[in-house]
Design a protein around this ligand. Structure first.
Ligand code: ADP
Ligand code: MG
Length: 241
């Protein structure tokens, strides 16, 4: 089944970002459609995480634009970007990054509490999301007491509990064995589809990318749209100099 190509939810245009003399992004453009699951692949150091950080409003690009509806994410103040992430976006990293002192349930309830939801309701909703990710049995455990796959599913529940428009997942299976990785991806794709949440899925793993509706590749900070485009770029590069 092909997904409907609706209006773009987030558009990144000609992003550049340098760290010292390293050009992490060198004119990267990509669109994330509403409800679309888009894989961003590429070699280590090709700029995947930097692109995700720019699109999620975690860092501002040096140049270029990130549009989310009428908002220019790249032009928001740091505090407005934080607010936007709290309400509209969810983020998952390679190592779940749960708060180790909190139980799974309290980790998942936290974004709701920050958004002003009453404690009882926050815990109820967190409980329901743990259930959806198959980790309700781990509700009272801390991250050190869970397997990597369980902790990552708790992290996904935390990213989705506020019912964001987009989830940004940076190598969400990168630290897992292939079975746990499959469980995490199945849970993510299933719940994102159900909720109509768009997912920007950064991965260097083809098996993980295969869960996406569409795939783009980053090469040296530039998005290469398709295998055909990649082949053409390679031919052009071979004719240079
Ligand atoms: P990927 O996620 O594809 O591995 P990154 O976006 O993390 O790529 O990094 C792209 C390039 O930018 C790399 O050369 C990396 O070393 C550099 N880089 C990324 N983040 C930083 C940073 N905070 N400070 C310095 N260099 C960075
Ligand atoms: Mg990375």
């Amino acid at each position: 089944m092909s997904t409907q190509q609706g209006a773009p939810l987030i558009t990144a245009r000609d992003l550049t970002k340098s760290y010292g003399r390293t050009g992490a992004l060198r004119g990267a453009s990509v669109e994330l459609g509403a409800g679309e699951i888009l894989a961003v692949t590429g070699a280590s150091g090709s700029g995947k995480s930097t692109l995700l950080h720019c699109m999620a409003g975690i860092v501002a690009p040096d140049e270029g634009a990130v549009a989310y509806g009428r908002r220019r994410v790249d032009q928001l103040s740091e505090s407005d970007r934080t607010l936007l992430r709290r309400t509209d976006f969810g983020v998952v990293f390679q190592f779940g990054q749960l708060i180790p002192e909190l139980t799974a349930l309290d980790n998942v309830a936290l974004p709701l509490l920050l958004a002003g939801t009453a404690r009882g309701e926050a815990r109820e909703r967190a409980d329901a999301w743990l259930e959806r990710f198959g980790v309700r049995g781990q509700a009272e455990l801390r991250s050190g007491e869970m397997s990597g796959g369980q902790a990552q599913r708790v992290a996904l529940a935390r990213a989705l509990v506020t019912e964001p428009k987009a989830v940004f997942a940076d190598e969400p299976t990168g630290a897992l064995d292939s079975l746990a990785g499959e469980q995490v991806m199945t849970a993510l794709v299933h719940t994102a589809r159900e909720a109509g949440t768009a997912v920007l899925l950064v991965t260097h793993d083809a098996q993980t990318a295969a869960y996406a509706d569409r795939e783009v590749e980053l090469r040296d900070g530039i998005v290469v749209e398709s295998p055909q485009v990649a082949a053409r770029a390679a031919v052009e590069a071979s004719h240079e100099g």
